[in-house]
Design a protein around this ligand. Structure first.
Ligand code: ACO
Length: 275
C-alpha cells in the first residue's frame, strides 16, 4: 500500500544551536524514498539553505534505517504502471534534491544510523562528510533484484571506492558494515551507535567556528577540482578566491592576518580566527 501520510510527514527536521537535523522520516518503510519524500526533501532543504540560524545541515534517519533506497512500490512499480511521464517525473524529483544537497551553500554531514541502500548513495555522496554507526549497513542491492545501480549509485561507488572494491561491491550485492565502509573510505568514520551523534556534534562545532563564506567556497572547490586538469583547477581556484572576496573574503582574511601577525592572539595552524 502507498504511504498514507501526507508529504510533510515524510521528512522531519529541527534546528538546534546552528545545526539543522534533517530526518528521513518513514521508519516503518525503512525510510525508502517515495516521490512524496523526494518532493518534501527539496522543499525542506531549500527552506534551510539561507536561514541565518542554520550553519550546518546533518542528514539522518528516523528508526533503524538511514534510507533503504528508492521505494520499490511508489517510485518504481506505481510509476511504471502510469507510464514514462511518471517515471521521468520521479527521477527528476529525486535527482534534483540530491543535486541541491550536493551544492548546498553550507556544510553538510551524513549521519548514517542504519541501512543505506542503492538510491541512498545519491544523498550519501551529496553530503560533504559522512559518519556512520558500526551497525550501519551499506549495499548496492540493485543486482539482487536484477537492475543496475542507477540514479548515480554506480558513479558514487566509482568515486568513493577503489576500482576493484567498487566492482565487487556493485556485482556481488553484499553489504558493508560501518567499519568496513570506513576502511574503504566511503565514510569519514564509523562509531559505536551511542557515540555517533556526539562525534557528529563535535564536527559541527568545529565547522561552526569557520568563516561560512570560505567554507562554501572550499566545499564547492573540492567537488569541482576532481573533474579538472591541474591547470584548470589552478585557474578556477584563483577565480573562486577572487569571487569569495566579493563576499567579505578580503576583510575576513585581513582580520585573521591581523590577529596572527599583529595581535598574536591566534595561530592559523592551530584553529580558526575569532570572527
Ligand atoms: N521500497 C519499498 N518498501 C520498502 C523498502 C523499499 N526500498 N525497504 C523497506 N520497505 C518496506 C517493506 O516492504 C516493509 O513494508 P511492510 O511493513 O508494509 O511489509 C517495511 O518497509 C519494513 O521492511 P522489512 O523488510 O520488514 O524490514 P527489515 O528491517 O526486516 O529489513 C531491509 C530492512 C534489509 C532494508 C529490507 O527492508 C530491504 O531489503 N529493503 C530493500 C532495500 C533495497 O534493496 N532498496 C533498493 C535499493 S536499489 C535502489 O534504490 C534503486
Amino acid at each position: 500500500q502507498p504511504d498514507p501520510r501526507p508529504q510533510e510527514d515524510t521528512v522531519k527536521y529541527e534546528v538546534v544551536d546552528g545545526v539543522a537535523w534533517v530526518y528521513f522520516n518513514r521508519p516503518d518503510k525503512r525510510n525508502c524514498m517515495s516521490p512524496k519524500l523526494n518532493r518534501q526533501m527539496k522543499i525542506v532543504i531549500e527552506d534551510l539553505e539561507f536561514r541565518d540560524d542554520v550553519q550546518v545541515l546533518v542528514l539522518t534517519g528516523e528508526g533503524s534505517a538511514w534510507s533503504a533506497g528508492m521505494d520499490l512500490l511508489e517510485y518504481f512499480r506505481m510509476a511504471e504502471q502510469e507510464g514514462l511521464h511518471a517515471i521521468r517525473s520521479n527521477q527528476r524529483e529525486a535527482y534534483s534534491w540530491w543535486e541541491r544537497l550536493r551544492w548546498f551553500e553550507k556544510p553538510t554531514v551524513a549521519m548514517i544510523n542504519g541501512w543505506c541502500f542503492g538510491g541512498a548513495y545519491g544523498p550519501l555522496f551529496a553530503c560533504d562528510l559522512a559518519y556512520c554507526s558500526d551497525d550501519a549497513q551499506f549495499g548496492l542491492s540493485e543486482i539482487n533484484w536484477a537492475i543496475l545501480p542507477g540514479g548515480g549509485a554506480s558513479k558514487v561507488a566509482a568515486e568513493l571506492l577503489p576500482f576493484r572494491d567498487a566492482m565487487y561491491h556493485a556485482m556481488m550485492g553484499e553489504n558493508l558494515t560501518g567499519p568496513e565502509a570506513a576502511k574503504l573510505r566511503m565514510v569519514n568514520e564509523s562509531l559505536p551507535a551511542d557515540k555517533l551523534k556526539e562525534r557528529v556534534l563535535e564536527v559541527c562545532e568545529v565547522l561552526k567556528k569557520k568563516d561560512s563564506q570560505a567554507l562554501r567556497a572550499t566545499k564547492w572547490a573540492m567537488r569541482r577540482v576532481t573533474e579538472m586538469t591541474y591547470d584548470n583547477a589552478e585557474d578556477y581556484l584563483i577565480r573562486a578566491q577572487e569571487a569569495l572576496n566579493q563576499f567579505g573574503g578580503l576583510e575576513s582574511r585581513k582580520e585573521a592576518t591581523r590577529q596572527f601577525l599583529d595581535a598574536k592572539t591566534f595561530k592559523p595552524g592551530l584553529g580558526a580566527f575569532d570572527k
